[in-house]
Design a protein around this ligand. Structure first.
Ligand code: SAM
Length: 299
């Protein structure tokens, strides 16, 4: 019997046969190991009750194993050459449950896509999947957080360095804006470590597949999310500065003396650095700052 993903195309052979080169500008590092691709899909646990959006299907290394398991798969591929080839492959392999959009995922209206995906599919769970192009990975994380109310979870491959930032603990240099953003609304688990040799072309670093789950209710319900995001962005605006100075630079609407006063009132030393604050500190800080802003505008 044929192994489930035995027909996976070799990216190296594909590019050679077309006289093309993988595009660095599109973060193209393709999985070339069928067993690794299959292991990622198996470990993700996607199944018949899932509807999946895959970002950057490339040559379908993950797409076909995913499509064999789930109800519906929508793939979004920016590279027109790959999208055209994949369209033919989907038809030839007779996958009725795959829809392809030849588009830039960052230019699409995610809500409209989700509506389309979940039409007539009540009770199904929405999962975002992808071996992400490294150059848009951070932007995708931000989009996920913005759209998390519709999403059950995401299974994403990141370069190791970014993966370490996403699951960092307070106090270290990896802990930053993205870590805090995820920590207030998500649970993160590492599913698979993938060595650089599993890709063509071979990247300089290893990768990691992470599950980002958005539990409902959320781990830290936040009354004013916009304020939290603004405060976190300001706090990490310049990591060499003290918290007070970063907030002064990043929140021009709040008076300097108010910032120092707020920090002391909530028991945070103004000379601490942003990376030493945990998510509860950030929530208290953003609440205190937005309360002070309201008072200032009402004065
Ligand atoms: N999923 C394939 C695999 O694992 O072999 C390919 C992964 S490769 C790291 C990233 C893929 O994302 C490429 O196919 C690339 O063309 C595509 N891509 C890059 N930027 C994109 C964007 N903004 N929107 C959609 N696809 C994009």
């Amino acid at each position: 019997m044929m192994a489930p993903n035995a027909c996976m195309v070799s990216p190296q052979a594909w590019f050679r046969s077309k006289g093309l080169h993988a595009r660095k500008s599109l973060g193209q590092n393709f999985l070339q190991d069928a067993a690794v691709a299959q292991a990622i899909v198996d470990r993700s646990g996607v199944g018949a009750e899932d509807i999946v959006l895959e970002i950057g299907p490339g040559l379908g290394a993950l797409s076909f194993p995913i499509a064999r398991r789930v109800k519906r798969l929508v793939v979004v591929e920016k590279d027109p050459e790959l999208a055209a080839w994949l369209t033919t492959e989907i038809a030839e392999k007779n996958f009725q449950n795959i829809t392809l959009h030849a588009a830039d995922i960052l230019q699409l209206d995610w809500m409209a896509i989700f509506d389309e995906m979940l039409r007539d599919a009540e009770g199904y769970r929405l999962v975002i999947f992808g071996n992400l192009p490294y150059n848009i990975s951070s932007q995708i994380v931000v989009r996920l957080v913005e759209h998390r109310h519709r999403i059950e979870r995401a299974v994403l491959m990141f370069q190791k360095e970014l993966a370490e930032r996403l699951r960092a603990e307070p106090g270290g240099r990896d802990y930053g804006r993205l870590t805090v953003l995820l920590r207030f609304c998500a649970h993160i688990t590492t599913l698979v470590n993938v060595g650089a040799r599993s890709f063509y072309p071979k990247p300089k670093v290893d990768s990691e597949v992470i599950e980002i789950r958005f539990p409902k209710p959320e781990p830290f319900p936040v009354p004013d999310e916009a304020a939290l995001i603004r405060v976190v962005r300001a706090a990490f605006g310049n990591r060499r500065k003290t918290l007070k100075n970063s907030l002064m630079a990043g929140l021009p609407g709040v008076r300097t003396e108010d910032i120092a006063h707020i920090l002391r009132t909530i028991g945070i030393d103004p000379v601490r650095r942003a990376e030493t604050l945990d998510i509860e500190d950030f929530i208290r800080l953003s609440l205190a700052i937005s309360a002070r802003e309201i008072m200032t505008t009402e004065r």
